[in-house]
Write a protein that binds this ligand. Structure first.
Ligand code: PMV
Length: 330
């Protein structure tokens, strides 16, 4: 018998970044992190376990994938097959409503949606915490896409203690994430390899040691909606992660000239009293964060900068969830 389930998940943007693992296999991070789900961006995934299949299949935005992408998905499916006592292979059909090549990290929403759909199709009824742990094993940041809104991922020390939970609902604070697309090129070094290089930087130790201080300041600022304190700590945390990347062996440089141009402009605007700050993941695009009511003005300013291709506006998003009916397009 074929057993099918579908799920939808949002990617998230980290305000306190995850960079470096204590356990690479289980993706137990070196420190806790904090993020916001991005409502307007979504991955939808359907998983069908089918006893007649000779192997797992992955169809991403209509294209059959093989190699590393399929292997990573199969690894997650193996974990779920073990949990559910199942041995059928599966077809995984997944679609993003945002361009895959646009340099927006999709592994968080991909593994959140996959964990949710596949565990349900396998007959497992997992709690939010169990789903967050499971999603973490596919991509660390996917653990943060499971709960709603503003989310903290507690590092923990083992599989059981490392999971994410919501600290505030999406409507707690009307923040906008203006994703400034600088380059649509595929990133050179993926985050899995990047995490494994973090400890080669002589400053990673100090960054990890200071992580709880930054997280506590950020969490408090977020809960109190204090943008000024929030902005300073978000930028410091981002810069610390990129300093580790640039001082790893081999060094990782993700910024393009346009990246730096946006960073400098944002700092100038803030010094002129506009509530705005930046954060950057493992790629050249800049996430410009501001209260929603400032978004139009900030977008206009961003549009006038050289090297800015386009801007996507996102707001706080809900949790990963099952889809009752099949979704169009797959
Ligand atoms: O989940 P991963 O392995 O793709 O790591 C995410 C790493 C960053 O996006 C750079 C930071 C973060 O916390 O999201």
């Amino acid at each position: 018998m074929i057993s099918t389930a579908s799920a939808a998940a949002h990617p998230n943007i980290a305000f306190i970044k995850y960079w470096g693992d204590n356990n690479q296999e289980l993706r137990i991070p070196a420190h806790s992190s904090l993020s916001m789900n991005l409502k307007e961006l979504e991955t939808r995934t359907r998983v069908s376990f089918d006893p007649s299949l000779a192997g797992d299949q992955l169809i991403l935005n209509g294209i059959h994938e093989e190699g590393a992408a399929l292997q990573r998905v199969s690894k997650m499916l193996n974990r779920i097959r073990n949990m559910g006592g199942l041995n059928a292979f599966a077809i995984v059909e997944s679609e993003n409503n945002f361009p895959t090549g646009a340099g927006i990290a999709s592994s968080a929403s991909a593994f959140a949606a996959l964990s949710c759909a596949a565990s349900s199709a396998a007959g497992l009824c997992l709690s939010e915490r169990e789903l967050s742990r499971l999603a973490r094993t596919g991509s660390g940041s996917a653990s943060r896409s499971i709960p709603e809104g503003y989310v903290e991922w507690q590092a923990g020390t083992d599989h059981d203690s490392s999971y994410a939970f919501s600290i505030a609902s999406p409507d707690h604070w009307d923040l906008a994430d203006l994703i400034v697309l600088i380059s649509e090129e595929h990133k050179e070094t993926g985050s899995s390899l990047g995490h494994s290089l973090a400890d080669t930087s002589p400053i990673q130790g100090a960054r990890v040691e200071d992580a709880n201080r930054r997280l506590e300041i950020c969490r408090k600022a977020l809960l109190e909606r204090d943008f000024s304190i929030f902005a300073d700590i978000v930028e410091q945390d981002c810069n610390l992660m990129h300093a580790v990347m640039m001082t790893s062996d081999p060094p990782l440089y993700y910024w393009f000239p346009g990246t730096l141009e946006v960073m400098r402009a944002v700092q100038i605007w803030r010094s002129h009293g506009i509530p705005v700050c930046y954060t950057i993941d493992a790629g050249p695009n800049v996430h410009v964060i501001c209260p929603v009511k400032e978004a139009e003005k900030v977008k206009r300013e961003l549009g006038s900068l050289e090297g800015v291709n386009s801007v996507l506006e996102c707001t706080p998003g809900g949790p990963t969830h099952l889809l009752e009916s099949d979704f169009p397009g797959v």
